[in-house]
Ligand binder design. Structure first.
Ligand code: ZN
Length: 158
């Protein structure tokens, strides 16, 4: 099924699509699952082999997980990362060279699906994975020690 149609269908039902995948109420290309977590292909393959790993319980933030769930989830992330690095995807990558993986945890409010998700994205030369790593204040070059000290203090006491 076309990914847009599937997404619309799932969202129309008013249920969380990732919960539906975890509960086997919606189809997915499942790579592996454990008692508390499940890994499946993202239908929007940012690069070939892009996998989403989610906790089966609906949570929106990493801090909502129990320690057991975190352990289960991150062991599965590690396993999927190893699989992506080992898998034969050369025919998909054509002449590109693998450069590693990008692991992202999404819990921002910009998401359509609010369920916490960890993305493991294979990286290769010429892929279209771009993150703008520019410092937010271009003028902070060289780094402003006073600003960084203030941020460090606020994070430390939070
Ligand atoms: Zn959910």
């Amino acid at each position: 099924m076309e990914e847009k149609k599937l997404e619309k269908l799932l969202l129309k039902k008013g249920e969380c699509p990732f919960c539906m995948i975890a509960n086997k109420k919606a189809p997915a290309y499942v790579i592996k699952e454990t008692e508390k977590s499940i890994a499946f292909l993202d239908l929007r393959q940012i690069n070939w082999g892009h996998v989403i790993i989610i906790p089966k319980r609906h949570v929106e933030k990493l801090t909502d997980l129990t320690e057991d769930e975190i352990q289960d989830l991150f062991l599965l992330v590690k396993e999927i990362d190893q699989k992506i690095r080992k898998a034969n995807l050369d025919d998909f990558l054509k002449k590109e060279v693998r450069t590693g993986t990008l692991i992202l945890i999404r819990e921002d409010n910009e998401r359509i699906i609010k369920h916490l998700a960890i993305h493991v994205i294979p990286r290769s030369t010429f892929d279209m994975v771009f993150i703008d790593w520019r410092p937010i204040y271009e003028s902070m070059n060289p780094l402003d020690d006073a600003v960084l000290m203030k941020i460090k203090e606020r994070l430390s006491v939070a």
